[in-house]
Design a binder for this molecule. Structure first.
Ligand SMILES: [Zn+2]
Length: 484
């Protein structure tokens, strides 16, 4: 039953596809580019949703739901927006046996659905701010798809807000970028760089796009979340104005922000190893799996009883726990199975453990210097496991941060050296930039790398940036990488 995994160093992309299948996260569907999210993968998404949803509500947002379809004329209202999304929109032209009078677009994002509605909701400064979020599916007809990373239909959340001033909209854009960063670091144990996108990489219709960029284990960047200050672009396109206290009618300022099931792909590629997934406890469907070990019926009854006691102790400590009491499968196969699925801790309970009233805890991820296997008495088990899981969570973030920093070079100025780096080991390269989009495009054509972000201050190098890769003076520092 044990299918091998291609080692990451041999072919990371093959490893990724295999682990998605073998850990039962997702499978293919009859429609190319669409995926079935299997229960184990969906549970990870649910845990992500629930944490994010709490954070959105804590920052004052309310959930709503807008329709899947929009009239094609609505998408056409904001010129840059329609231009940006045209190559990947799916359009419904027929319903039943009749041709539709006006074609309907399946939402690629919902600005053009939400903004016509907001014009009915917003009249006065008293109606502002409007702070909405929606959990939904969207469709973008992508040519090249990968499970979770880029699929034709995907699940996401999209925040949409309206404000009285540009300052408030900017503050909201930055606040939600911060929420994403906190989620990615504290829950996913995935360190990210935050910063501003260049004009060529910003969202179609936005004034400014900010992003969180993670570095995957193959040293390619993943844009994990974006937050857009939309200016007054959509308010103008859909004529959304409010009356100020002085009785003036002015356009509102808006933002939108989103993360998607792509985060599951980010989680896989940040932590996984040649044995399979490694899940941070906070997002693991099972934080602990208990494997009772028996050879005969007498032993079976006692170890199952001990397993049950351990399960209830962990439940009480708020740990998500699963007892693997499957018949006809030896313990080794069970270990293998749960290691592949990335369960952070496994508890083995055999007859000798029952005798000594203890359990054997085995880590999926072992930082240097720690023991992989530790025996612990049944007494005080819940609190000890909770503590261990918390430290696993921290160790994963630390490990990922160290790996990211090891794959980061700063102050690259020589173009040949940069090209060699991008064609070789990859990673994040901090360089200068002249500010010209032609130069940005040339580097992209030569090396397939892009400017990921103009980094926020805390990520900037202490030294001022060197000259741009083209030799011209720099207007600032940028982070470049090959990306998903
Ligand atoms: Zn340049």
């Amino acid at each position: 039953m044990a299918k091998g995994l291609t080692p990451q160093s041999e072919d990371f992309s093959a490893w990724y596809n295999e682990i998605v299948q073998q850990a039962e996260l997702a499978s293919h569907s009859p429609v190319r580019g669409c995926m079935v999210i299997r229960p184990y993968g969906y549970r990870i998404w649910e845990l992500m949703q629930s944490a994010l949803d709490d954070m959105f509500k804590a920052t004052g947002h309310q959930n709503a739901y807008f329709p899947l379809f929009l009239p094609k004329s609505a998408l056409d209202r904001e010129a840059e927006h329609v231009e940006g999304f045209a190559p990947e929109t799916a359009i419904v032209t027929h319903a039943g046996r009749a041709k539709l009078e006006e074609p309907l677009v399946v939402r690629p994002t919902s600005e053009a659905i939400i903004w016509p509605i907001l014009s009915d909701w917003i009249h006065s400064y008293r109606d502002l701010p409007v702070l909405l979020n929606q959990w939904a599916n969207v469709v973008r007809w992508e040519m090249r798809t990968r499970p979770f990373l880029r699929t034709t239909e995907f699940l996401w959340q999209e925040g949409h807000t309206a404000h009285a001033t540009t300052e408030e909209a900017e503050e909201e854009t930055r606040r939600m970028l911060g929420v994403y960063r906190t989620f990615m670091e504290d829950w996913m144990a995935m360190p990210v760089i935050t910063g501003l996108k260049t004009d060529s990489e910003r969202f179609a219709g936005a004034l400014r796009t900010y992003a969180c960029e993670g570095l995957m284990k193959d040293n390619k960047a993943l844009q994990a979340g974006t937050s857009h200050h939309l200016g007054q672009n959509f308010a103008r396109a859909f004529d959304v104005r409010y009356q100020t206290e002085d009785g003036e009618h002015v356009y509102v300022w808006s933002t939108s922000w989103g993360v998607s099931t792509r985060l599951v792909g980010g989680l896989i590629m940040t932590h996984g190893d040649d044995d399979g997934l490694i899940l941070p406890p906070k997002l693991a469907p099972h934080e602990v799996v208990i494997v009772p070990i028996w050879r005969n019926d007498d032993q079976r009854a006692t170890v199952l009883e001990a397993g049950e006691r351990a399960r209830s102790a962990l439940n009480e400590a708020g740990v998500r726990v699963h007892v693997d009491d499957r018949e006809g499968l030896n313990p080794g196969s069970k270990y293998y199975d749960w290691e592949r699925r990335g369960v952070p801790l496994r508890l083995e309970i055999g007859p000798r453990d029952v005798e000594s009233d203890s359990v054997m805890a085995v880590r999926r991820f072992t930082p240097e210097g720690a023991d992989r296997k530790v025996s612990h008495p049944m007494a005080g088990l819940g609190a000890w496991i909770r503590e261990t899981l918390d430290s696993v969570q921290d160790e994963l973030l630390e490990g990922a941060r160290r790996r990211r920093d090891d794959a980061t070079v700063r102050g690259v100025e020589d173009y040949a050296e940069f090209q060699e780096l991008m064609h070789g080991s990859g990673g994040f390269a901090y360089t200068g930039w002249c500010g010209e989009s032609d130069c940005e495009q040339k580097v992209k054509d030569d090396t397939k790398s892009t400017i990921r972000v103009i980094p926020d201050e805390e990520f900037q190098s202490p030294e001022s940036p060197p000259r741009c890769l083209c030799g011209a003076p720099s207007i600032g520092e940028v982070v470049r990488a090959k990306a998903y």
